[in-house]
Design a protein around this ligand. Structure first.
Ligand code: NAD
Length: 268
């Protein structure tokens, strides 16, 4: 499968370029960066810290998309919205790992999914998606007297909060309780907040150092707690997940899919 990496010089972009080189089922056909990036014109292999691979980083996505079967996208919400429309025009798979998207961005993915397979997930790792399935089950078992809090920690360069994975876990908890997360969402407590409202799902975000991604979901009851957690030790697991998603989506019908679909976790 010919894959384009957009955001090629980013932390995930470089990790994706390496992961594609190690995966016999796919090849890097294009690498795209934003106009003005120092990486434009450089060999994508060098950008990723490897030997030359013969693919030059470009700031012209149109030609790169035209020669590909899929695009792996870990960029920014605005860029992802644009790339989803472009992928739909060209008719290739769009795998979206970008987080921090608002409804205006998400609506572009929904529109693209009318013609192409789009796989979107706030976390592409097997572990976090299994954790989400477990969180959903536990939330379904426990009543609302058990308070649910989602904690996450990421590296100091992360720009959005809570993380995509924290939101994925919060959605799973809400779905287990048969409610909608946005109706019960509480984040960024500060000052005199008053007592905790029954049934809310709280979020806390820590930032520092080089942490790849730690997540913990706490179910706090009267006199006892259940804690479910995941620690990502290396970003390559997100890259492997994204490649798996692209290969899975390649011959699928158009539609908006999640990693739960890719990993077959729906029945868990
Ligand atoms: P980063 O800032 O290191 O990389 C982003 C790259 O995108 C940069 O190189 C930037 O120049 C480039 N970019 C911005 N606009 C662009 C455009 N219009 N065209 C092409 N390239 C453009 O960030 P990162 O740590 O690699 O993370 C990127 C995104 O992926 C974030 O939203 C992050 O939260 C998310 N992420 C998701 C997962 C997951 O599993 N879903 C895992 C890790 C990171």
């Amino acid at each position: 499968m010919r894959l384009v990496v957009v955001g090629a010089a980013g932390r995930m972009g470089r990790t994706l370029i390496k992961a594609i080189a190690e995966n016999p089922g796919c090849m890097l056909s294009g690498a795209v960066e934003r106009p003005g990036s120092a990486a434009v014109g450089q060999d994508a292999g060098f950008v990723a810290g490897m030997a030359s691979c013969g693919v030059l980083v470009t700031d012209e996505p149109g030609s790169a998309f035209a020669e590909a079967d899929g695009v792996l996208d870990f960029t920014t919400p605005d860029a992802t919205a644009e790339y989803s429309s472009l992928a739909a025009q060209v008719g290739i798979v769009h795998v979206v790992g970008t987080t921090g998207m608002e409804p205006v961005h998400f609506s572009k993915l929904v529109r693209a999914a009318r013609t192409i397979p789009v796989v979107q997930s706030g976390n592409m790792s097997l572990g976090v998606n299994i954790l989400a399935a477990l969180v959903q089950k536990v939330a379904a078992i426990l009543d609302k007297e058990w308070d649910i809090e989602v904690l996450e920690m990421h590296h100091r360069m992360k720009v959005d909060a809570p993380s995509g994975a924290a939101l994925l876990l919060g959605e799973a908890a809400a779905s287990g309780r048969q409610t909608i997360l946005s109706d019960h969402y509480v984040a960024g407590r500060d000052g005199c907040t008053g007592c905790r409202t029954v049934g809310t799902i709280g979020f806390a975000a820590l930032r520092g150092g080089t942490v790849v991604g730690d997540h913990k979901v706490v179910f706090a009851g009267a006199g006892e707690r259940i804690e479910l957690s995941h620690i990502a030790e290396d970003r390559s697991l997100f890259a492997q997940g994204a490649i798996k998603a692209a290969l899975w989506a390649r011959n699928r019908e158009h539609g908006l899919y999640t990693m739960s679909d890719v990993l077959g976790l729906d029945g868990l």
